[in-house]
Ligand binder design. Structure first.
Ligand SMILES: *Cc1c(COP(=O)(O)O)cnc(C)c1O
Length: 251
């Protein structure tokens, strides 16, 4: 039997190859794409192995899960991304446990995160706390999550609410708003996700006419089954779970 770590390394090599091929087809450089390894439900041991293999971005969708695994991990150079819906009452913990909130979806949440990051920064500098990640000591990176799915229960803000949220976050010194994130509906044929990725890209471009030509450089879109299409449509970050770690146990 192959060891778990060989399997992870093979998975990583094949995801990187998929990224390279998609980038080449789109006339882009693979270095323009950040691979975020989505480690929700997977063990600290597997995460550590991917870190040793060179991965520097990880995504979790629950504050509690990040907290539980933290004690079993040493990832000082990694950036940890919160990619799931964040409840306001967990903002303070999230501001201390994550380097980026990729699922920012309200002004109220942004205000809570901004305040919590400031408190976290002043406490950790007073204590000289050991850093658990690469960006502690800096503003919290944030992406606005756009709702790409017509199903009303899905998370994220509507296109026409994005501008107000982006504008509000401009005045929050402990948040650094770098772009947009989106999850299209699931299609068996990933080609059908293309119009949703394109819409996210176009929304970013239209926000640039208001916030500046360099604003919002990050487009986080594309997952295990549709990352090629997302890269062709301009993704700068892909969030990949299953293709790296294998299937998740049902939570
Ligand atoms: C789980 C998850 C992913 C990864 O999905 P895979 O299909 O396993 O690659 C990406 N983004 C978000 C927001 C997720 O919740």
């Amino acid at each position: 039997m192959r060891s778990a770590s060989n399997e992870l390394r093979e998975n990583l090599a094949s995801v990187q190859e998929r990224i390279n091929i998609a980038a080449a087809r789109a006339g882009r450089r693979p270095e323009e794409m950040t691979l975020v390894a989505v480690s929700k439900t997977h063990s600290a041991q597997k995460i550590q192995e991917l870190y040793e293999a060179g991965i520097r971005h990880f995504g979790e969708n629950r504050v509690q899960e990040r907290e539980t695994k933290l004690a079993h991990l040493s990832t000082p150079e990694a950036a940890w991304h919160m990619i799931g819906h964040l409840q306001k009452n967990k903002a303070a913990r999230a501001a201390a446990l994550f380097d980026s909130v990729d699922s920012l979806d309200s002004i109220a949440l942004a205000e809570k995160l901004n305040r919590a990051r400031q408190e976290f920064l002043s406490q950790s500098s007073a204590k000289g706390a050991a850093s658990v990640s690469s960006t502690h000591g800096k503003p919290l990176r944030a992406l606005v999550e756009i709702n790409l799915d017509p199903e009303p229960a899905k998370s994220g803000v509507k296109d026409d609410e994005a501008s107000r949220l982006v504008e509000a976050v401009q005045s929050m010194p402990h948040l650094e708003l770098l772009g947009l994130m989106g999850v299209p509906p699931y299609f068996d044929n990933p080609e059908e996700a293309r119009p949703y990725f394109r819409r996210l890209h176009e929304l970013r471009d239209s926000l640039r006419s208001r916030f500046g030509a360099q604003a919002l450089p990050v487009l986080s879109m594309g997952m295990s089954h549709d990352l090629e299409i997302a890269i062709e449509e301009g993704a700068t970050e892909v969030r990949v779970g299953t293709a790296l770690f294998g299937h998740r146990e049902m939570a």
